[in-house]
Design a protein around this ligand. Structure first.
Ligand code: ADP
Ligand code: MG
Length: 929
């Protein structure tokens, strides 16, 4: 068992626990080997039955793993190493497996996915980009296929299923060729789903904006393995998923603000804080602007102005083109500061993105309104069982534990790691550093040793590239423009003389094989024992002789983990390799976070620029700076989560309600929505009677008058009917009596409406009203809470904790929201019009027959209504007055709308009071129809 190597204490204990399980899986191998291909799906079925009969997954694990291993060996020719089984067990149990780069995480995940899918729920594998989502589905597809399971892949706006019978045109990567396009819904029906992180999140949000169950695609959140888990759950977790809709505000103002700030002088007119990333106008700056633009007091004008000016300032000073963002196709695209990846579709909030667009003179995209949002943290915490894998997790173990409750287990490597990590080469200036790095690259290049050069930004990528070009060093430049191309370049980074300059994690997830990719057939099987293979081996051995892949870092990153990721590209599966970082004392991280120490070093070392400094104090300063940044960033993310947690609980409640409403629609006989609405109506009436009955005289109005006035905001009556009602009310003395009278009246009207529409339509109306009210108010609430969150830090709370204040206020706002939803529903339900053709109604009608006779409801409906009405009158003891009132209402209501084609500027028929185009639910079926 030497292969398990030496490990630290607690981790070692974990590993010790895994060993007997691995032995058990191994012991099943002989038997499993004898199975015929056709027996695999049957075995899967058997295991599924055992799970459904209540057998715990732990007991099934060894058998399932043995099957998955054999299936892998049989189909793609790779038999899980014991350490891969260990990783698989860790994953299956909902933990993070730290497995070094190139150890074969893709394969390790397979048995864990398989085991968990035996429950009948689908198992998700979350990837960092669309290339990997497709590659891994296509790569592992044959294994699952043999086991009798389906595999799908989700990328931006496209979904695929692995289908060996389907072949699409030649792809550079054989694993991409058997992916057949399917719908999102079908993709979620698959047993195993490989998809991009953001698509899972957006599908969740979209599902919760769906107008019908048929639009919902996800089948719950049971088990997920997040690949490159640190990248997803940590690096990307600072920006939540947001679905937003464009607003109609003018774009011109952004250009104006951008021009204004161009005229300002730093420090004098404004102050920026690079560390906190804030920008504020000084008094001097404010009066300058006021003078320049003839505004007397910009604070008075409207608060918006200052807010936008500061956004324009930030855009100008804190955001650098090619580093923080790039401009492509007339769009400002953010760059992830850690990974150098383009964050397509992500937009900064608070008008900052628009400010950047104005700064770059590209079209300003309209300010948008948040329709739905969830932080990555809270999306992933929904999974019953969450697992992750990456080459670099241990440094972030605390965060994984605290935020996600995910323990990290370090899996030993299959073969010992022999990469040599050299001590940093430190220079006084960036210029000297870059020259030294270029020298080092040139040396390796001349030798033929492949070099991977890591940079922290696209801009620096270009600088290095220029330098190398001047020296005649052939190289490839990678900066996250297209993952597929990126992967192709990275895959070739291990051949002789290759120099690849990449932002640090470009091509993450792709293996760099010394000597280039192994010879393979169409189906991916390696051509072992062929002349081609021999040639490849020669090339491979030559690179090994040259020392393997040389990783040259041109700057330390903000966190040690990212440095380790870069180093990890070399030394795969026991390969020879080397890594070296070049550091300048004026590097950004040192400048911003190195502080005093660096200043001290600068003066102490009075040496020429081009002599590398090597002093323990420098390395310590770097590590200190890094851990400062790491803590700083952790705090930001923790903060985000703490704040999002508040909203998360509210989101859960609202989404649950929404879901119930959607589910109600599937069966028109279900009346629970009606019951709910009826209860809301009763409550509303009771409360308006209560309020109206107070013995205060208001404008000389009697309590009756006040009550009826309120009541008619729920059910519209004409003046004559109102008068009649007021008189009738007088007969009822107590609050309860009055409330009962009005409630009965409301119920009668409700019933009549129901009869007119028919039950199915009535249920649809209920659903529509509930859904549109919940959605509209929830969206407003999101905005309001967002404003609260942004504003809370600025308020002076003295000793009080802003988070506590935020929680309290957000809670109060939510209570108000719930009240407002009830209120809106009650006030809208009677106002919905459903008839088919325009009515010609007199101003008011008092008599049933007249009202019915004049309505434009179809003949068939009318007959039914009349006959049912008779029944109703017979069954329920009612005052004649209430009956006539009811018809008056019906008549009036029908007069309200016709069936003319709605214009975009017409009031929305849902009764929201908004223009049709503005109503948040413009895509609702009821709106479309
Ligand atoms: P990681 O994600 O851990 O960096 P990959 O899943 O990309 O690693 O796999 C790295 C390489 O190792 C791939 O080329 C894969 O084919 C190979 N590999 C993984 N597991 C095995 C195995 N059990 N037998 C043979 N090759 C393997
Ligand atoms: Mg991988």
């Amino acid at each position: 068992m030497a292969l398990f190597g030496k490990l630290f204490d607690s981790n070692e204990k974990e590993i010790e626990k895994l060993k007997p399980i691995v032995l058990e899986i191994n012991s099943l191998e002989e038997k499993t080997k004898k199975l015929k291909d056709e027996a695999f799906p049957k075995k899967t079925q058997e295991l599924k039955e055992r799970v459904s009969e209540g057998e715990p997954l732990e007991l099934i694990l060894p058998e399932a793993f043995a099957l998955a291993r054999e299936a892998a060996a049989r189909t793609i020719g790779q038999r899980h190493f014991d350490v891969q089984l260990m990783a698989g067990i860790v994953l299956a149990n909902g933990k993070i497996a730290e497995q070094k780069t190139g150890e074969g995480k893709t394969l390790s995940a397979v048995p864990a996915l398989y085991l968990n899918s035996l429950t009948g729920e689908n198992a998700h594998l979350v990837t960092v980009n669309d290339y990997l989502a497709r590659r891994d589905a296509g790569w592992m597809g044959p294994i699952f296929k043999l086991l009798g399971l389906s595999v799908s892949s989700l990328i931006n706006e496209e979904s695929f299923i692995y289908d060996p019978d389907f072949t699409q045109g030649k792809a550079w990567d054989y694993r991409l060729s058997h992916l057949k396009p399917i719908t999102r819904r079908e993709a979620y029906d698959a047993d195993i789903i490989y998809g991009i992180n953001s698509e899972f999140g957006f599908d969740y949000l979209r599902d919760n904006m769906a107008q019908g169950l048929d639009e919902v695609v996800q089948r719950g959140h049971f088990f997920a393995i997040v690949d490159e888990v640190d990248s997803v759950l940590i690096d990307e977790a600072r920006t939540p998923h947001i679905i937003s809709a464009p607003d109609e505000a003018p774009a011109q103002k952004y250009y104006e603000y951008s021009k204004i700030v161009e005229k300002l002088t730093p420090d004098l007119d404004y102050k920026i804080d690079e560390k906190l990333r804030t920008a504020h106008l000084t008094d001097h700056g404010i009066s300058k602007i006021e003078k320049l633009y003839g505004i007397s007091n910009i604070y008075e004008k409207d608060f918006d102005t200052v807010y936008h000016l500061e956004a324009a300032l930030k855009a100008r000073t804190l955001f650098q083109k090619e580093k923080d963002y790039i401009v492509k196709d007339n769009q400002v695209i953010l760059v992830d500061e850690f990974t150098g990846r383009l964050m397509i579709g992500r937009r900064l909030s608070e008008g900052l993105h628009q400010a950047l667009e104005a700064k770059e003179s590209v079209p300003v995209q309209k300010e948008s309104k948040i329709l739905a949002t969830v932080s990555l943290q809270n999306y992933f915490r929904m999974y019953e069982k969450l697992a992750g894998m990456t080459g670099t997790a241990v440094t972030e173990a605390e965060e994984f534990h605290k935020i996600y409750n995910l323990p990290v287990v370090v899996i030993p490597t299959n073969k010992p790691m022999i990469r040599e990590d050299l001590a940093d080469s430190v220079y006084k200036t960036g210029r000297a550093k870059i020259t030294a790095a270029a020298n080092e690259i040139e040396k390796a290049y001349k030798k033929g040793q492949p070099v991977l050069v890591g940079t922290t930004s696209i801009e620096k990528n270009e600088i290095i590239s220029q330098l190398l070009r001047r020296r005649g060093i052939k190289h490839e430049v990678l900066n996250a423009k297209n993952h597929e191309r990126e992967a192709e370049i990275i895959a070739k980074a291990g051949i002789k003389g290759a120099v690849t300059v990449a932002t640090n994690v470009a091509g993450r997830g792709v293996d760099i094989i010394l000597g280039g990719d192994t010879p393979k057939g169409e189906d991916g099987r390696e051509f072992r024992d062929t002349t081609e293979w021999k040639k490849w081996e020669e090339k491979h051995n030559e690179i090994v002789k040259l020392g393997g892949l040389y990783v040259v870092g041109t700057e330390r990153h903000e966190s040690r983990r990212i440095d380790n990721q870069l180093r990890g590209r070399s030394g795969r599966q026991g390969d020879l390799g080397k890594s070296l970082f070049f550091v300048g004392l004026d590097d950004e991280i040192m400048r911003l976070f190195g502080g005093e120490t660096i200043a001290g070093i600068m003066t102490r070392f009075n040496m020429p620029e081009d002599v590398p400094l090597s002093h323990g104090i420098v390395s310590r300063a770097i590590e200190q700076a890094q851990s400062k940044v790491e803590r700083f960033n952790f705090d930001i993310r923790k903060h985000l989560v703490e704040y999002d947690d508040v909203l998360n609980k509210q989101r859960e409640i609202i989404y649950k309600r929404r879901r119930r409403i959607l589910e109600a629609s599937s069966d028109s006989k279900e009346t629970f929505l009606k019951d709910e609405i009826t209860e809301k109506i009763e409550n509303a009436i009771l409360s308006l009677v209560n309020v109206g009955s107070q013995e205060i005289l208001e404008n000389g109005k009697s309590p009756q008058e006040r009550i009826i006035e309120d009541f008619t905001t729920i059910i519209p009556f004409d003046d004559a009917s109102k008068k009649q009602l007021i008189n009738q009310m007088a007969q009822f003395k107590g609050i309860e009596g009055k409330a009962e009278f009005l409630t009965n009246l409301a119920k009668d009207v409700y019933k009549t409406r129901e009869e007119q529409m028919g039950q199915d339509l009535a249920r649809q109306v209920e659903r529509f009203v509930m859904l549109s009210v919940v959605d509209n108010l929830w969206i407003d609430h999101l905005d309001a809470v967002e404003n609260l969150r942004q504003g809370i830090g600025l308020r002076g709370y003295g000793q009080r904790d802003p988070l506590v204040e935020y929680k309290n206020e957000a809670f109060a706002m939510f209570e108000k929201l719930i009240g407002a939803i009830d209120d809106e529903v009650v006030h809208r339900i009677y106002k919905i019009q459903v008839q088919q053709s325009p009515p010609q109604m007199p101003a008011h009608q008092h008599v049933v027959t007249q009202a019915a006779g004049d309505t434009s409801i179809s003949e068939e409906l009318r007959t039914r209504e009349v006959s049912e009405k008779k029944q109703q009158t017979a069954n329920s003891p009612q005052t004649p007055a209430s009956n006539s009132q009811e018809s008056a209402v019906v008549g009036r209501q029908q007069a309200v709308s016709g069936n003319k084609k709605l214009g975009r500027n017409d009031p929305c028929p849902c009764g929201s009071g908004l223009k049709y185009k503005k109503c948040g639910l413009i895509n609702a079926p009821a709106h479309k129809g």
